[in-house]
Design a protein around this ligand. Structure first.
Ligand code: BTN
Length: 261
């Protein structure tokens, strides 16, 4: 992908300014730097490759040049502390938008592994990392970063995988034009961001929730809780029916979700 092609593909979308880079440490890091120096709402950073991409829980993310989609949307908010659940929902918008594009435009069924992974046939194809910027207790901006494995080179070596992975081309059985996929995902994402509070949003998320009704294990580093995944709450937390028969809410933070064998 080159800058001109990407800018042409994104023309007409309700985005702020777009920065396209052949290589960057991390599109999220670049978007944070840009926000600090005044990026407007909906400014977008996209890159062909990343050298130090960030994943959840301090993990790294793999983006060799020419293999994947990597982009970060800078979102600004009127400063308020009334932001309960906003970040959880934003994470879900990223996953839902990838899922929208893959299912509607490429006919590939997807599921969302709470909180932020897009799965095809129970293998991870995309991840979302939101990074929030605060002033005191007020949320001022969020960088919503999305990484999608497009061709086989985007899949990390087996020893680096903490969950089975796949890529869009393997599932489609043919080539994918990355700038078209980028435009498709962004157009769904921008609509979803405008409808964060809708009931439809929560319904779509629940309908696509992987392992819904199945037994899963939530691991937060030291503790593990087994339960049945029931659905998602308005604030983006996961509703879990524990083996003790109690319904609890699990917040994303530092947790892993694994299906139990
Ligand atoms: C995860 O599943 O752990 C989240 C991965 C998020 C990766 C994307 S790639 C674009 C953006 N820039 C980053 O440094 N990370 C996100």
């Amino acid at each position: 992908m080159d800058e001109q092609t990407v800018l042409q593909a994104l023309a007409g979308l309700p985005l702020g300014p777009v920065r396209y880079l052949d290589s960057v440490d991390s599109t999220n890091a670049e978007a944070v730097r840009w926000l600090e120096s005044g990026a407007p709402d909906r400014a977008l950073v996209a890159a062909d490759g990343q050298t130090h991409a960030r994943g959840r829980m301090g993990r790294t993310w793999y983006t060799p040049a020419g293999s994947a989609l990597a982009f970060s949307l800078a979102l600004r908010f009127a400063q308020t502390s009334q932001q309960g659940g906003l970040i959880g929902r934003l994470v879900a918008t990223g996953a839902l938008a990838v899922s929208d594009a893959l299912s509607r435009d490429y006919n590939i069924p997807t599921e969302i592994k709470w909180p932020n992974d897009v799965l095809i046939q129970r293998r991870k194809v995309a991840g979302v990392l939101c990074e929030a910027q605060w002033q005191g207790k007020g949320l001022v901006s969020v960088v919503l970063g999305v990484g999608v494995n497009v061709n086989k080179r985007s899949i990390p070596p087996a020893q680096d995988l903490n969950y089975p992975a796949t890529c869009v081309e393997s599932e489609l059985g043919g080539p994918v034009v990355r700038y078209e996929l980028l435009r498709n995902i962004l157009s769904y994402l921008l609509i979803r961001i405008d409808n964060l509070d809708s009931d439809q949003f929560l319904q779509d998320w629940e309908n696509r929730l992987a392992f819904r009704g199945e037994w899963v294990q939530i691991i937060d580093g030291r503790h593990a809780v087994d339960g049945q995944a029931l659905g998602v709450n308005e604030d983006g937390s996961l509703r879990l029916l524990t083996t003790a028969g109690e319904v609890i809410s699990v917040y994303a933070g530092d947790v892993h979700l694994r299906p139990t064998e």
